[in-house]
Design a protein around this ligand. Structure first.
Ligand SMILES: NC(=O)C1=CN([C@@H]2O[C@H](COP(=O)(O)OP(=O)(O)OC[C@H]3O[C@@H](n4cnc5c(N)ncnc54)[C@H](O)[C@@H]3O)[C@@H](O)[C@H]2O)C=CC1
Ligand SMILES: O=C(O)[C@H]1O[C@H](OP(=O)(O)OP(=O)(O)OC[C@H]2O[C@@H](n3ccc(=O)[nH]c3=O)[C@H](O)[C@@H]2O)[C@H](O)[C@@H](O)[C@@H]1O
Length: 477
């Protein structure tokens, strides 16, 4: 018999997870407290932008394998296994995670359960949450019914969510019994058969592995942004530097793109939540590290605003700025803690007339930053601009033609906030080009000590020079 699964919380994570479970052949019921979301999803419509998800949701709602409801009692009656995928945002007062939704779900589900089950947490939570959740469930279960809690953190990236869910690079099963492990192995049988590594851990390790992964990624980005800062001071090029680092297989090139830094619904809140949890647990080292990571990240946004002002002669008042991108990353309409919108707001505060274009995120951006001006086409943003800022590296924005763009603007100035544009092509088309960490050769502020007189090179043993060697020799003569 096919396993019947409920997925509680159908946002970016839950809607994707539910649709992919249906794709894998399970009968799935998605649950959300938002009636509007449930209504849209039930009609086969995905209320956010995620490549490939529309087809899955439309197909499986039509076939009846994927349904949605607002009713936890219906989920309790329907499913053998329940996934918790609700939001765990940053608390409105403070930096810790707000776990209200996770505990509300447990408290709301438990009294309706009529047969023993596994409740699998997928939301990102502070270490220790799963154990507390198990106690919350136990306290509300009907007599004779058992519910085991397992933790199965999710590592998908927005913009690649379907592919990451169907073909994960690793699976983490935080369990307290072999039975829960068996259930998880059945759910992920297709990926396991393909050879996906499975890490079976205790609950705490599973919870912590998730936030550690996000903390490491955030640290990598802030590390390269810190190097961008010193590169600007020293007249070095952070992109070339990242290429050098990236060729070391121990380091790797990914997540070393310097620019206006990381944002989104996860990395920023997850490092803050981990720092807060570390403080509670008396683990000061990770807390100190992550506070610095956060500071460096936010400073990158300010440095972009400073550079924009410097490019306009120090004063943005009355300048028209084309801000390209509003989403926190390309291929997404998510604007949660978006660096692009943060920079846009900073430029506006300095008096600039900012016109924002984004291929998918304008509506969401308008809802959180209604004071900005949004335009429906990139040309409308470029028209008469004194400065262009690339803030989100959407492929179509990275591929903009500098010649065509140059015909639309008032002044050919461009700030590449993502270090993704082809500098040579833009400068060849007459643009003043700047990017964070790629100083147009200022500034060694401290005097550099004079180099010691060279010791004479030993006379080389005579031998026939190769072609390259003789060219070098010619250059040196
Ligand atoms: N967005 C992503 O790429 C990933 C997110 N995560 C984690 O997954 C969790 C969810 O994140 P997102 O999907 O991005 O958030 P989201 O805000 O898009 O979705 C959360 C959903 O939960 C629903 N919800 C809230 N309280 C509820 C309740 N009491 N009962 C039923 N539904 C409720 C909301 O209406 C919303 O639809 C977070 O812990 C996040 O850190 C983990 C990996 C990837
Ligand atoms: O927990 C989560 O929700 C997810 O958070 C991130 O995924 P996501 O937020 O979708 O986006 P990323 O691709 O990680 O990018 C995050 C931010 O970092 C920025 N970034 C990324 C890479 C880089 O080199 N430089 C850089 O500034 C991006 O522009 C973006 O603003 C993680 O990559 C996922 O593994 C994780 O599951």
């Amino acid at each position: 018999m096919t396993l019947r699964i409920s997925v509680i919380g159908t946002g970016y994570l839950g809607a994707t997870h539910a649709a992919c479970l249906a794709e894998l052949g399970f009968d799935v019921l998605g649950v959300d407290r938002s009636a509007a979301k449930v209504d849209a999803l039930s009609r086969g419509l995905v209320p956010f932008h995620e490549p490939g998800l529309d087809e899955l949701v439309a197909g499986h709602t039509a076939s009846g394998r994927l349904r949605f409801t607002t009713d936890l009692a219906e989920a309790a009656a329907f499913a053998d296994v329940h996934f918790i995928c609700v939001g765990t945002p940053q608390q409105s007062q403070g930096t810790a995670a707000d776990l209200t939704a996770v505990f509300d779900v447990a408290a709301g589900l438990a009294p309706h359960l009529r047969h023993s089950t596994v409740v699998i947490g997928k939301s990102t939570v502070p270490v220790g949450t799963a154990a507390e959740l198990a106690a919350t469930l136990r306290a509300r279960l009907p007599l004779g019914v058992e519910a085991e809690v397992a933790w199965n953190p999710e590592f998908l990236r927005e913009g690649h969510a379907v592919q990451d869910t169907l073909r994960p690079d690793r699976l983490v099963f935080g369990v307290t019994s072999p039975g829960a492990e068996l259930v998880l192995r059945e759910i992920y049988a297709a990926a396991i058969e393909r050879g996906t590594p499975v890490h079976v851990t205790d609950l705490a390790t599973a919870e912590l592995a998730k936030v550690a992964a996000n903390a490491f990624l955030a640290t990598k980005i802030s590390f390269i942004n810190a190097m961008a800062e010193i590169s600007d001071r020293a007249g070095a090029d952070v992109v070339a530097l990242a290429d050098v680092l990236g060729d070391d297989a121990r380091i790797g090139r990914r997540f070393l793109d310097a620019g206006i830094g990381f944002g989104g619904g996860c990395l920023p809140k997850d490092i803050r939540a981990l720092a807060a949890r570390a403080a509670e647990l008396g683990a000061p080292s990770i807390r100190a590290l992550l506070e610095d990571v956060d500071d460096i990240n936010l400073r990158a946004r300010d440095r972009a605003a400073d550079l924009a002002a410097a490019m306009c002669g120090g004063d943005l008042d009355g300048r028209r700025v084309a801000l390209l991108g509003a989403a926190f990353k390309p291929l997404s309409d998510d604007v949660r803690d978006s660096p692009a919108l943060h920079v846009a707001a900073a430029l506006r505060r300095r008096g600039a007339d900012v016109r924002v274009f984004d291929p998918a995120a304008a509506n969401n951006a308008r809802a959180v930053a209604p004071e900005l001006t949004y335009v429906a086409h990139v040309d409308a943003a470029l028209h008469d601009a004194d400065l262009v800022v690339l803030a989100t590296d959407w492929p179509e924005l990275v591929a903009l033609d500098p010649g065509r763009a140059g015909a639309l603007v008032r002044s050919r100035r461009i700030l590449d906030g993502r270090n993704k544009l082809d500098e040579e092509a833009w400068t060849a088309a007459g643009w003043a080009f700047r990017a964070l960490g790629r100083a147009a050769a200022p500034v060694a502020t401290a005097p550099v000590a004079p180099a010691p007189a060279p010791t004479p090179a030993p006379t080389p043993a005579p031998r026939r020079p190769g072609r390259l060697r003789s060219r070098a020799a010619a250059l040196l003569r």
